[in-house]
Structure formats: C-alpha cells, structure tokens
Design a protein around this ligand. Structure first.
Ligand code: NAP
Length: 291
C-alpha cells in the first residue's frame, strides 16, 4: 500500500514543493489549503507533473478550530491509511488579527491548530504506525517567549513577537508530544527548513517598500522552495530516522534548540493550556449545534 501523507499549507511555498517531491516518489498526497480553488490547481499541477493520480485535497481555514476538527474527521474517513502528518501551514502579519473565537490569528494557525489536528488524528496514525509527525518550526523559536498571561498579545503585538512565540510553542509541543508518545511507534520531530525564498514577505501586509526591496535583493541567496522541502522530505522518508523522536533538526541535521525549549515545566504548562482551550472550543461547538 502507498504511504499516505497530509501536508498542511501545501498550496504554496515549502509545503507545495514537499507535496511535489513526495508525489514524485509515488506517495498518496493530501494537499491542504484554505481556498478550494488553490487546492484544485495544485492537485492538477501535481498529477500533471508526476503522473501520480493518487493526489487529493482537503480544505480548512486553520484559524478556526471547528474547521480543524472537521478536517481531521474528514481525513480520518477519506484517507484511512494516513501515516505521515506534516504541520507546515504558517502565517504572519504586521497587524494583530483576532479570530471569531477571540484568539490572535498567528497563535491559532501556527500553533494551536497543529496541537488540535494531531490530537484529532492520532488514532489514525497510531493504527497505521510506524507513523511520523513533522512540525515545521523555525530558527526564530530561539527568540520567542510564551506570554502565558497574554497569549493573544493584546498588550504588545508585533509580527515578530507573535511569530517567535508560536515557533517556540511548536518546539515545546514537539518535545511534549514525543514524551506522550514514548513507547509507541508514532514519532514526532520538528525542524528549521533553512531560509527559503517563498516570497512570503512580498505577500504579507505591512512590510515597507525598503524591506521588500531588500528581500528581492537577498532572494538569490536564499534556498529555493524545492531545496527547503528537502529537509521535510528527509524527515518523512529516511529509514535511518525510524524510531527517532523528539528532535529538532536544522535542515537535515539533528541540532540543539533553544534552552527554553527543553524546559519540561514550560512544555507541560503549554500542553495544559492548549488542552483547556480545545475543551472550551469543543464545548462552544456543542452549544452552537444545540441552538
Ligand atoms: N520561508 C522560510 O524561510 C521559512 C523559514 C523557517 C520556517 N518556515 C516555516 O515554513 C512553513 C511554510 O512557510 P512558507 O515560507 O512555505 O510559507 P508560504 O509560502 O506563505 O506557505 C504558507 C502556507 O500556509 C497556508 N496558510 C496560511 N494561513 C492559513 C490558514 N489560516 N489556514 C490554512 N492554511 C493557511 C498558506 O495558504 P494560502 O496560500 O491560502 O495563504 C500556504 O499554503 C511555515 O510554517 C513557516 O513559518 C519558513
């Protein structure tokens, strides 16, 4: 049976390049995005370029935890042989955006949705184990802090504060999830893919003309999306990584993450808060359904 992978945020950039590489290797690939049209275009392109027709898509806006739950339930039914889950989708913004449920958007898309999607899909990965979870974090986690008293950054918001907080949360969560999965054949690792020219700064709001000009100037020195995808593909496929869990990679090399990321009390505190938020979201969804 083909290995099946779900890659969040694979309508562009590193996610799309990873989808292409795994489709070329004959995997069943589930493209994910928040816009149906973009997903359809990517699926058509992958089938055309690889001759692999086992390419599918699932749509969900990860800033909405109810959609994350639907994505997991839908994937569990449509793709029962799912074996690899790649958390890649990410966003950043100069303006502080608040979701309908009242969370700061970067926090939900880049971190909470990953926590939730894993929780809701773990039964499938366990059933198909050995299975792998790959969490795309980034080097900026080292500059981050978890602002437990103000996770939505109402008091002080900057793009970097929000992004770095979420990236640190990715690494903390990976280590906590690896501990929770110890003794099972489901592994979870996180990585910095390198500095990759995906044009995300050019697409994002609020960057000055000067920043965009600098980005264009530096672009030739950055990795291409295909080069950035190499590390994700390695973590998904390398036989020598069988059983290896709870590691931080820089590209393809196991590396040290920040001192804060190894703080088990911090990992556990983040985990407990994330569980509370999910429980509250589930309660809200149930009461919405009743009314
Ligand atoms: N590029 C780098 O140098 C670099 C370095 C370190 C880490 N990373 C990490 O690598 C990952 C991929 O980055 P990238 O550079 O490839 O970015 P990208 O090209 O902007 O791709 C981001 C993907 O996430 C999706 N996405 C954004 N918001 C979403 C939402 N609310 N719901 C569902 N999907 C959403 C995007 O879909 P839309 O097309 O609909 O927006 C897109 O498919 C991110 O986690 C990023 O933080 C990147």
């Amino acid at each position: 049976m083909k290995t099946s992978v779900l890659i969040t945020g694979s309508t562009s950039g590193i996610g799309q390049a990873t989808a292409l590489a795994l489709a070329q290797q004959g995997w069943q690939v589930i493209v994910h995005g928040r816009r149906e049209e973009a997903c359809e275009e990517v699926v058509a392109m992958l089938i055309r370029q690889t001759n692999n027709s086992d390419i599918h898509y699932a749509v969900a806006d990860l800033s909405d935890l109810a959609q994350v739950k639907r994505l997991a339930d839908d994937a569990a039914i449509r793709f029962p042989s799912l074996k690899v889950l790649i958390h890649n989708a990410g966003t950043f913004s100069h303006s502080r955006m608040i979701t309908e449920a009242g969370f700061e958007r970067t926090w939900v898309v880049n971190y909470l949705a990953r926590f939730a999607l894993t929780k809701h899909l773990l039964h499938v990965l366990r059933r198909n184990s050995p299975a792998r979870i790959i969490d795309v974090s980034g080097a900026y986690h080292a500059k981050g802090a978890i602002h437990f008293d103000d996770l939505s950054l109402a008091r002080e918001y900057t793009l970097y504060r929000a992004n770095n907080q979420a990236k640190l949360a990715n690494v903390l969560w990976t280590y906590a999830q690896a501990r929770a999965l110890a003794g099972t054949a489901v592994t979870v690792n996180t990585l910095h893919p390198g500095a990759v020219n995906t044009g995300s700064i050019l697409k994002s709001d609020g960057f000055s003309g000067f920043s965009k000009w600098m980005y264009r100037l530096l672009s030739p020195f950055l990795l291409t999306p295909a080069q950035g995808a190499e590390a994700l593909v390695y973590l998904a496929t390398a036989p020598e990584l069988d059983g290896l869990s709870g590691k931080y990679f820089v590209k393809r090399k196991v590396s040290k993450s920040s001192k804060a990321s190894y703080d088990v009390a911090l990992q556990d505190r983040l985990w407990a808060i994330s569980e509370q938020v999910l429980a509250a979201a589930a309660k809200q969804a149930a009461s919405d359904e009743e009314t």
